[in-house]
Design a protein around this ligand. Sequence first.
Ligand code: GLA
Length: 389
Amino acid sequence: MKKSTFKLAYKTLLTSAALATICLQGCVNTDEKVAVETVATGSSLKDAFKNNFHIGAALSKTQILDQEPGTLDLVAKQFNSLTAENEMKWELMQPIEGQYHYAVSDKLVEFSEKNDIFLVGHTLLWHHQTPKWVFENGKGEPASREVLLKRLETHINNVAGRYKGRIEAWDVVNEALNDDGTWRDSPWYRILGEDYIIKAFEFAAKAAPNAELYYNDYNLFKPEKRDATVKIVKSLQAKGLRIDAVGIQGHYGINYPDLNLLEDSIKAFGALGVKVMLTELDISVLPFPDSESQGADISIDLELQEKLNPFANGLSAEMSQALADNYVNLFKIFMRHEAVISRITFWGVNDAQTWRNDWPMKNRTDYPLLFDRNNQPKLAFDAVLNLAK
Ligand code: GLA
């Protein structure tokens, strides 16, 4: 059947089903059918947007090790940029001082080189997923400034240095700010003060001279956080340090955030002469328990509540359409600013993998990505792809 016929059938189905809100299992099949056809005709995100920006995805360990059937083939076809979801974070690269684990990251580097994929290292400095020893002196007390700086430099030299010329970009610093624009009270900040960012960029520029260097954070649409990020970029530039882009993580929800605010941030960062990128895009279709959990503070883990897990048995046709519409609205903005936006990375390949299933509470069923639990493209995939034409 032709794609157009599929679409017509889909539309008829939507109307006649009167957009049932809570669907029984199987409702998702409607958009799967449309999408399967799309894939059969060979459409791919990376080709569709090749004149606009890189299209990326974050890969789990299972995926990197090719233990999830079909995923790496899909990845090679759909994406031209990759990020490790977890495998390059400090706790996995250097869990014990001086003991480095490169087996999984090596695989990702090889896969990316083989498939001509732009690889982003994530991340050199963060307050989460960093082992305690980094910040301690061996007696349970805080490490000294000198010791912590040395550890940071050594870590960056080893990790970024190992992949010099092979990993094209690094998220140098992740999440230094609170939503109100003040400094996050992390051990980095407590021990080193504000200039820890300066140091991290200095070390990264030496260890990986040809890699792009980024500052990455969530909720950057918030005006106070936007202004504080602008200040960080300017302070690096004033010191003659290289910062190539601001990464807007992009963990969003249905009709969230306010797109005008997001667009203002894209403009503000672009005006600094750096690139802008969406580095961890996903759109949760689930209700947020409270405004606290709209960002990406992974320490929140609330009790599972039935009413907050409405699509456990399948996504309603209505919500499937809303997800597609939300993606379309975002991509319209991205395309308007394609001169400064160089990459859109989804935080995951498929809905089975997404962290959103377990945050801010465990064991929910979310649908935030363009590919479903069987790696089949969804209605949202089709909608995004159509924008590129
Ligand atoms: C933040 C981090 C990512 C990831 C997500 C949640 O956005 O930058 O590495 O941990 O939270 O999965």
